[in-house]
Design a protein around this ligand. Structure first.
Ligand SMILES: [Zn+2]
Ligand SMILES: [Zn+2]
Length: 541
């Protein structure tokens, strides 16, 4: 049955000298691959054609070489810039543009400001790492999971294959008696994923990874002769077995997104007392905790605040009123996330507190407008004094061991001191008891997480220090156990491996850690990240 929806009109076929000949790679009769910012596929019937994805659209000017006079439809597999940015500058084309249902939130210039935050920088993890700068007008969001449309008598089937976002679709059509699957970025050659950081839809769960796995399980069963991804080569040899390899790798990645130290008890430390309507815990005679902060007091009546968050300051002030004679002379932060440091200036202004920061923690805070990292405070923060990169620091009777401690994020420190005869290690967000989230505050590439030279290296440092108490962020203080940190070291290796095997081209830096900031195929409207980029990559050399 012919679908009347599809009425095509003639393209204006101008030739352009800027486009070189030979950019079309013939895959089979009437099927071409164009290398653009993504792979664009053209399918031709007589003198008409459709395109899968669009890229820059420069190729439009030369398709007359292929005998194509009419482009009827463009089908976008997903909303990422590299798939479609050439569609942004004009409000109408002589072809219809289709996108998966749900992608309107990212593409529609009229409504998307209300549904998504297009300025992702300085906030939490984004739902998309590549939102087109302006959006695209007049898109039909009619590609639904397991649905279809007709192009003349050709049926075009859509199967939802979430990966680069939750709405992404694969497109299936029969051509020359072969079943061809255009899978977008759901799969790449060798059972890998192009830029797998796109599977991290939040900062800690494996939800996106599991959705990708489910989609590929469906796709593996449809029967296919040719798998045409959005990047890299066309896969014509055993595409189903390649997908099967990929589903195993996805499950490995999903599994490491679960507990980082399975089957370890959470032996919390019973506080000595509960103050301020049971909200503040007096853990030891000299150590108090509420929300994200710890207050350590010295025999001379001075106070050191660790991880002050503005949200906690009302209770902090109440606590201080109940401890007469304590002067808040020093403050620090375990890492740069706003919920661990955004009250540093408040303390400085209110109590004349000196702010001490580890150099790595201070780096993203120095100019928050230049930092390509999530959960920054609104205002930049500069310390009065830097801690050493590693070594010791004295404050009153307390002597601290200090280390650079990447884990949840690269810009993190841990430090240990003796409090009332107990060795206490302050660990911020990297290490949590197993009853809290997945035994960590979570990890994702956008947060600058590190494994072997992050969680693993930091675990070893903490084992060397052999503390009695782990004083972590978000109110978790628990008994140290060596076995927990042994498990984390093993998990870090497993995680590093799982991510490495998911990355194409054996390039984990390009495809995972760097979030595509150095990727020439996706450079549109990137922020100036030069300031932090060097630090982001420095660890990898
Ligand atoms: Zn993509
Ligand atoms: Zn954090």
């Amino acid at each position: 049955m012919k679908d009347k929806l599809f009425v095509s009109s003639q393209l204006s076929l101008k030739s352009s000298n800027s486009v070189k000949h030979g950019e079309f790679t013939k895959i089979s009769d009437g099927l071409w691959l164009i290398k653009d910012t993504c792979n664009v596929y053209l399918i031709k019937e007589k003198e008409r054609a459709i395109a899968i994805d669009f890229g820059s659209g420069q190729w439009l000017h030369t398709i007359d070489q292929l005998g194509i006079r009419f482009l009827d439809h463009v089908f976008l597999t997903h909303h990422h810039r590299d798939q479609c940015y050439g569609l942004e500058n004009e409000s109408s084309f002589n072809f219809k543009i289709h996108a998966p249902a749900g992608e309107k939130d990212f593409l529609d210039p009229e409504t998307r400001e209300k549904t998504i935050d297009t300025n992702r920088f300085g906030r939490g993890c984004p739902i998309s790492y590549s939102i087109p700068a302006k959006g695209i007008k007049n898109v039909l969001y009619d590609m639904g999971g397991f649905g279809y449309l007709f192009w003349d008598k050709k049926r075009i089937r859509f199967i939802q294959t979430p990966s680069h976002g939750p709405n992404a679709c694969s497109i299936i059509l029969d051509h020359n008696d072969k079943q061809i699957v255009f899978c977008g970025d759901a799969a790449f050659e060798g059972g890998t994923i192009w830029h797998p950081f796109n599977l991290e839809w939040d900062h800690w769960t494996g939800e996106g990874v599991l959705a990708a796995w489910k989609g590929l399980k469906h796709l593996s069963d449809v029967g296919m002769d040719l798998l045409c991804p959005s990047h890299g080569p066309v896969i014509d040899e055993n595409p189903v077995s390649k997908l099967s390899g990929l589903t195993h790798r996805l499950i490995d990645f999903y599994n490491v997104k679960n507990s980082i130290s399975p089957d370890e008890h959470d032996f919390y430390i019973e506080p000595q007392d509960l103050l301020i309507e049971n909200r503040v815990k007096k853990i030891l005679p000299s150590l108090y905790q509420y929300g994200n902060f710890y207050l350590l007091v010295s025999s001379a009546g001075e106070g050191l605040v660790i991880d002050p968050w503005l949200n906690d300051m009302d209770v902090f002030n109440e606590l201080l009123n109940s401890l007469p004679g304590i002067r808040i002379t020093a403050a620090t932060a375990s890492h740069y996330h706003l919920d661990h440091c955004d009250a540093l200036d408040h303390l400085r202004n209110s109590y004349n507190t000196r702010v001490f920061l580890h150099p790595e923690v201070a780096a993203p805070l120095n100019d928050v407008n230049q930092s390509y990292v999530p959960w920054l405070p609104v205002e930049s923060i500069t310390p009065d004094e830097f801690w050493p990169m590693s070594g010791t620091w004295k404050w009153n009777e307390y002597s601290f061991n200090i280390g650079h401690a990447p884990g949840q994020t690269w810009w993190h420190t841990v430090f240990r001191t003796a409090v009332d005869g107990m060795k206490v290690c302050f660990t911020g967000d990297s290490f949590q008891p197993n009853t809290r989230w997945n035994g960590t505050g979570g990890f994702c590439a956008y947060n600058g997480n590190r494994f072997l030279n992050g969680f693993g290296q930091t675990s070893k440092l903490i084992q060397q220090w052999n503390p009695d108490i782990i004083a972590a962020g978000h109110g978790s203080f628990f008994r140290y156990s060596k076995s927990k940190f042994d498990k984390i070291t093993g998990w870090a290796k497993k995680t590093e491996d799982a991510i490495f095997r998911l990355c194409p081209e054996n390039d984990v830096l390009k495809h995972y850690y760097s979030l595509g900031v150095d990727d020439s195929t996706d450079v549109y409207n990137k922020p100036d990240v030069s300031l932090l980029k060097n630090e982001l990559f420095a660890w990898y050399k």
